[in-house]
Design a protein around this ligand. Structure first.
Ligand code: FAD
Ligand code: FES
Length: 255
């Protein structure tokens, strides 16, 4: 797998919720290559003082423009928020979701927290997606209109019940399984949510793909910082999220 580093025009950055920034960059080649579930490894400031890039998922692509949405957390993302002009981006990195509209006629998409963002690009490429998006509270709700346009139906939940349905998105997906026959589930979100999605999907016999998040160093498979445990034997036991993922079939990974 070879990756390119692109110099992208940073078109805009806008805070769309407290500490949540939507950014658009322009680069025709990057946009043409991007697939749902892949991520961008972004130089967030001066490479001498901050040599490590930060991984952020691709949220949307429109023509030659690529969108990503990030939570401002620590040094890297704080510095990223201050950038303007151009951004140095390695990518698109990793193996994305399997999109097969011929095979999967009734896909469910579930995202929690910052895990909602990569699911928009996926939902837009699926036919007939049923989406479940969960946020901590009303203030953090983002992309509602975009999901409503992209999916057949959308259930929005908040943990504290301040907007949408109160509770966890997975509980709503489970309820709908009584009337809908999902033939694949795609998920991205906190580890606890992914663990619960994996257990449910495997129990119900529904194929499931999970997008994992691990701390990353190089982003190109060289440093092993991002290793995750899998169900494979021997030397395949640990895989690199950046190179072998970030999307895995649920049965492949130990969470
Ligand atoms: C494949 C992938 C896709 C991602 N996509 C997105 C996205 O679309 N939007 C988004 O907001 N974030 C995303 N992240 C998480 C994002 O990379 C981290 O929040 C970011 O690197 C933090 O950098 P920082 O320098 O601001 O914070 P740091 O100072 O490095 O850390 C601040 C806090 O964030 C935690 N943290 C750092 N890296 C990660 C990580 N990889 N996963 C979980 N916690 C972390 C640290 O433990 C610490 O508590 C993604 C991560 C991966 C691996
Ligand atoms: S981040 Fe270096 S191997 Fe994945």
């Amino acid at each position: 797998m070879s990756y390119e580093v692109y110099t992208c025009t940073l078109e805009s950055q806008k805070e769309i919720a407290p500490n949540i920034v939507e950014a658009w960059v322009v680069n025709a080649e990057l946009a043409a290559k991007a697939k749902p579930g892949q991520f961008l490894h972004i130089q967030c400031g001066d490479a001498t003082s901050m040599p490590l890039r930060r991984p952020i998922s691709i949220c949307d692509v429109q023509g030659d423009r690529v969108c990503f949405i990030y939570e401002v957390k620590g040094r890297g993302t704080k510095s990223l928020q201050q950038q303007y002009g151009e951004l140095d981006i390695l990518g698109p990195v990793g193996n994305g979701f399997t999109v097969d509209n011929g095979k999967y006629k009734c896909p469910a998409v579930i995202g929690g927290g910052i895990g909602v963002y990569p699911m928009l690009f996926l939902t837009k490429q699926l036919k007939g997606a049923v989406a479940y998006i969960g946020f901590r509270n009303k203030d953090l709700v983002t992309l509602e209109d975009e999901f409503n346009k992209a999916a057949d139906s959308v259930t929005l939940t908040t943990d504290d019940g301040s907007y949408g349905v109160a509770g966890f998105a997975l509980e709503e997906l489970k309820k709908d399984c009584e009337t809908k026959q999902f033939d694949i589930i795609y998920a991205c979100g906190p580890k606890g949510m992914l663990r619960a999605v994996k257990a449910f999907a495997e129990g119900a016999g529904i194929p499931c793909q999970l997008s994992l998040e691990e701390r990353m160093g190089c982003g190109i498979g060289a440093c092993l910082t991002c290793s995750c445990e899998t169900t494979h034997e021997g030397t395949d036991k640990y895989k690199r999220v950046c190179r072998n993922g970030p999307v895995f079939w649920s049965e492949e990974v130990v969470l």
